[in-house]
Design a protein around this ligand. Structure first.
Ligand code: HEM
Length: 387
């Protein structure tokens, strides 16, 4: 359950509000109810974010040595930073992702997606299978992010490989040999980032100008390169897959009766790319009926909270605009709430508006496959062909 939380059936029995689950001898308290998840995320004094990026399978000494060989260091900067430096670092990132700057990217992104959709429609018409992950969704968020924060000129493929390796190294159940391979991949890219952090423009330059150390600049870029693009490309893939099975929603979009923004919100509620997020109890406390000793790792099951019948009218059904649809916690809540939410929403709206018509009259040849992971869905190929 801990690593396939996204796969739990909505029709199955509602799990207890808070359940203890063990992984490699470490207990995690899994919290499901919307109200409890919200409380957890919005009270950073009782429930600190320090463990948000900890490896859920502890990294063995051999892999730590590989990371150390690349001078890998990841000081808390954003998601796991409870220190006084957090608001300032967050503010600099938020400026780079200001809603006006995000809106300014929309015409460019629309043009790019339209071009791709035209090509994919021609391939489908010719009877070819198309992969809506690889050929449409995978690199779009990275291309937009690069424009917004002036990222290093690393090849897209290298960034995607690094980001997926990081998500696996920190959030998957792993054995020692896989951890070694992932540490080598993540460490190599960390070296690239260090060079960029020292000399790059845009966000890196603004963090340096605010007096942050090279390690902090690398830490912020590291997190952004994962959180700021991989999450959204996963979401775009999951949402398109979901829409392939929702012909009535697509018909509503075609007829102008269903709003694109409502489809995106219902998608975030039912197909969040980040299924869980962690906090650690700072003091002895309680959650619901459960006593929580200080130091307990707590897993907020965001995906379940979005389907809490206390909040949503028809929890398991994709009904854009239904009561409670927008109350999902896919972007977290409180002082660490996702700073890229506006950007992710804009990207998803463009893709839904432009690409949903591709799904009319197609058969799913291969649904996206998602590996075991505590937090990230990480779908791979999503292949369709004309029926
Ligand atoms: C659908 C796409 C996305 C989802 C579902 C998502 C979800 C999340 C979640 C659950 C958190 C943790 C919130 C908490 O602790 O309460 C988070 C934090 C964060 N996200 Fe996102 N995110 C997405 C896209 C993005 C994008 C596009 C960016 C930036 C380009 C971004 C940047 C961040 C940052 C910087 C944080 C840390 C904020 C802080 O600690 O102050 N995310 N996101």
């Amino acid at each position: 359950m801990l690593f396939r939380g996204w796969g739990e059936s909505v029709d199955g029995p509602w799990p207890d509000a808070a359940t203890v689950v063990d992984h490699v001898g470490v207990p995690h308290l899994v919290v499901t109810r919307h109200a409890l998840v919200r409380r957890l995320l919005t009270d950073p004094v009782t429930f600190r974010p320090d463990n948000a990026l900890d490896a859920v399978t502890p990294i063995p000494v051999a892999a730590l040595r590989v990371l150390a060989g690349h001078r890998f260091r990841l000081p808390p900067t954003l998601a796991n930073n409870a220190a006084a430096s957090h608001p300032e670092i967050r503010g600099i990132v938020a400026d780079a992702l200001h809603p006006d700057r995000v809106a300014a990217q929309q015409p460019w992104l629309t043009g790019l997606v339209r071009e791709r959709v035209t090509r994919l429609a021609a391939d489908l018409a010719a009877g070819e299978p198309v992969d809506l992950y690889a050929d449409l969704a995978a690199d779009l968020p990275l291309l937009v992010l690069a424009r917004l924060v002036e990222l290093p000129d690393a090849p897209v493929g290298a960034v995607k490989d690094f980001a997926r390796a990081a998500l696996e190294l920190f959030w998957a159940p792993l054995d020692g040999s896989r951890q070694l391979a992932l540490a080598a991949e993540v460490g190599r890219f960390h070296t690239v980032l260090r060079a960029f952090a020292a000399a790059g423009g845009g966000l890196a330059a603004r963090l340096r100008a605010a007096g942050h150390s090279p390690d902090v600049v690398v830490g912020a870029l590291f997190f952004l390169l994962v959180a700021g693009q991989e999450t959204t490309s996963q979401f775009l893939t999951l949402l398109l897959h979901r829409l392939a099975g929702e012909p009535a929603v697509r018909a509503g979009l075609r007829a102008g009766e269903v709003a694109v923004a409502d489809v995106v919100e219902e998608g975030l509620r039912l197909e969040p790319p980040i299924v869980t997020w962690r906090r650690v109890a700072a003091v002895d406390t309680t959650l619901g009926e459960v006593a929580v000793p200080a130091g307990t790792s707590i897993v907020a099951w965001l995906a379940r909270a979005g389907r809490d019948p206390a909040v949503v009218a028809a929890p398991g059904e994709f009904r854009p605009g239904q009561r409670g649809s927008r109350r999902h916690l896919a972007f977290g809540a409180g002082p660490h709430r996702c700073v890229g939410a506006q950007l992710a929403r804009m990207e998803a709206a463009v893709v839904v508006a432009e690409a949903a018509p591709l799904l009319d009259g197609v058969t799913v040849v291969r649904p996206p496959w998602c590996p075991d992971n505590l937090t990230f869905r990480m779908p791979d190929a999503f292949v369709v062909r004309r029926t």
